[in-house]
Design a protein around this ligand. Structure first.
Ligand code: PLP
Length: 416
C-alpha cells in the first residue's frame, strides 16, 4: 500500500480493499486502470460542470504557465489573468459592483467569508455581532469555520469545540430564523450561511419562497446573508448563480468547484459593496488575510477558459433543460421498494433517498448500493441521510441519463 492518505476515508478499509484508481476521463465518463468505463453521476465532487477532456482549458493553462505560472498577489502585486477573472466573475455575479477575493477552494472561501463578516462588523463599529447561524444538513467545508458551521453532526464530532458562536436553525423554516435572531438579539448576530440547494447534506432544494423569506429576515435585522454557492455556482442551477435566479443579492457569495470545473483548484468570495466598501476605505487599513495562491495566474486562466465554454455552449440553458429531464429519468427508480423518494427539481441536482426502515436495518445499505452501481458502470456517492448523490456534468445527454438510471437501478436492486 502506498502513502496517499485519502480524504474522507476510513484508511483501514481502503488498505484492506485497495484503492479504486481513476485513470482518465472524457465528457461524462471516466475509466479505471483496467479500462472499465463508468458514467460519472456526480461530476467528480459536484465540480466537472463542462465535463472532462476540454483541450481548450488545458491549452489556456499551458500557455499561461509558460509565460507566468503564478506570482504573489499580496499587497500591490497583481497579474492580468487574476484581474480579468475577477472582473468577469463580478460581472456574472448577481451583485452589482461586487469585488472578488480569490482563494484555493470552497473551504478557504468559507474561512474567508467568516473572517470578512467578523471584520466587517468591527469596521462598522458593531464588534459584538459575532454569532453565525447555519442550517440543519448544511455543509460548508472542512476548515475550522466550516467544521463549526456543519449541519451534518458527524462532520463536527470528534474534535471538541472550535468556533463556539454558532447557532443552528431548521433547513426549511424562515420564521425560525427570524425568531432565533430576535431571541439572540440582532445586535449579536454576524451572518447567516445558506446553501441555495443543500448539497452534501442530502440534496434538499429550498421550499417555495424560503430563500426570498430568509433573505428578507437578514435585510430586516441587518444580519449578513452569505450564500454558499460552492455547488450551485457557475451553472448548476441554470443560472450563473442560484442567487441570481432567486434575486437574493447576497452580501457575500462563496464559490469554488464549477468556477474551473475542477480543472485546477480555485475558490472565490464575491463581496457586495456594503461589505467591500468598508474594507476598501482608507481608514480600514490592511486586511490581514489571503493565501499564497489567491490569484494564481494559471488557475485564473483555467477559470476564464471554463467560463467561456459555459457561455459559448449555453450550458446554463442545458442545465435548465436537465432540471426537468433529470427528475423525469430518475422517476423510474421510485418503483423499487428500497427507494423512499427522489429529491430534485432545482438545477442539475438530485438525491435518491433510500428507505429509512431499510437504512435502520442495515446502515451499510448506501455503501452497498454505491458498490453495486459501480459494478454496473455508474459512479455515485452516499450522502448524509442515506441518499445517493446525483449531480452529473451540465453536458449530460439523454443517453447518459438512460445509462445512469439503468446502472443505479442495478445497484439498488442488488442491494435492496
Ligand atoms: N461549501 C459547500 C456548499 C460545499 O459543497 C463544499 C464542498 O463540497 C465546500 C463548501 C467546501 O469546498 P472544498 O471541498 O473545495 O473545500
Amino acid at each position: 500500500m502506498g502513502s496517499f492518505w485519502h480524504a474522507f476515508a476510513d484508511m483501514s478499509a481502503v488498505e484492506a480493499n485497495g484503492p479504486f484508481v481513476i485513470d482518465r476521463a472524457e465528457g461524462t465518463h471516466v475509466w479505471d486502470e483496467s479500462g472499465k468505463r463508468y458514467l460519472d453521476a456526480t461530476a467528480g465532487l459536484w465540480f466537472a460542470n463542462v465535463g472532462f477532456g476540454r483541450a481548450q482549458i488545458a491549452e489556456a493553462v499551458a500557455t499561461q504557465m509558460e509565460k507566468l505560472p503564478a506570482y504573489s498577489t499580496f499587497g500591490d502585486y497583481s497579474n492580468r489573468p487574476a484581474e480579468a477573472l475577477c472582473d468577469l466573475v463580478s460581472e456574472l455575479a448577481p451583485v452589482p459592483n461586487s469585488k472578488v477575493f480569490l482563494t484555493s477552494g470552497g473551504s478557504d472561501s468559507i474561512e474567508t467569508a467568516t473572517k470578512m463578516a467578523r471584520r466587517y462588523w468591527q469596521l462598522v463599529g458593531e464588534p459584538e455581532r459575532q454569532i453565525f447561524i447555519n442550517r440543519e444538513h448544511a455543509y460548508h467545508g472542512m476548515h475550522i469555520s466550516g467544521t463549526s458551521l456543519a449541519g451534518i453532526p458527524a462532520n463536527a464530532a470528534g474534535y471538541g469545540d472550535f468556533l463556539e458562536e454558532v447557532e443552528q436553525v431548521a433547513w426549511d423554516d424562515a420564521a425560525e430564523l427570524a425568531e432565533l435572531i430576535h431571541k439572540l438579539g440582532a445586535r449579536n448576530v454576524a451572518a447567516f450561511f445558506c446553501e441555495p440547494v443543500i448539497g452534501a447534506g442530502g440534496v434538499f432544494p429550498p421550499p417555495e419562497g424560503y430563500l426570498k423569506a430568509v433573505r428578507q429576515v437578514c435585510r430586516d435585522t441587518g444580519v449578513l446573508f452569505i450564500a454558499d454557492e460552492v455547488i450551485t455556482g457557475f451553472g448548476r442551477c441554470g443560472d450563473w448563480f442560484a442567487s441570481g435566479r432567486f434575486d437574493l443579492e447576497p452580501d457575500l457569495i462563496t464559490c469554488a468547484k464549477g468556477i474551473t470545473s475542477g480543472y485546477l483548484p480555485l475558490g472565490a468570495v464575491v463581496a457586495a459593496p456594503r461589505v467591500a466598501d468598508e474594507f476598501y476605505a482608507a481608514r480600514a487599513g490592511m486586511f490581514r488575510h489571503g493565501y499564497t495562491y489567491s490569484g494564481h495566474a494559471a488557475v485564473a486562466a483555467a477559470a476564464i477558459a471554463n467560463l467561456d465554454i459555459i457561455e459559448s455552449e449555453d450550458l446554463l440553458g442545458r442545465a435548465r433543460e436537465l432540471e426537468s429531464e433529470l427528475p423525469a429519468a430518475l422517476e423510474r427508480l421510485m418503483t423499487l421498494d428500497v427507494v423512499e423518494e427522489i429529491r430534485s427539481g432545482l438545477g442539475v441536482l438530485a438525491a435518491v433517498q433510500l428507505d429509512p426502515d431499510r437504512l435502520e436495518e442495515d446502515p451499510a445499505l448506501p455503501m452497498k448500493v454505491v458498490a453495486g452501481a459501480r459494478e454496473a458502470g455508474v459512479l455515485t456517492r452516499a450522502l448524509g441521510p442515506g441518499a445517493l448523490q446525483i449531480s452529473p456534468a451540465l453536458v449530460t445527454s439523454a443517453n447518459d441519463l438512460e445509462e445512469m438510471v439503468s446502472g443505479l437501478a442495478i445497484g439498488l436492486e442488488a442491494a435492496g
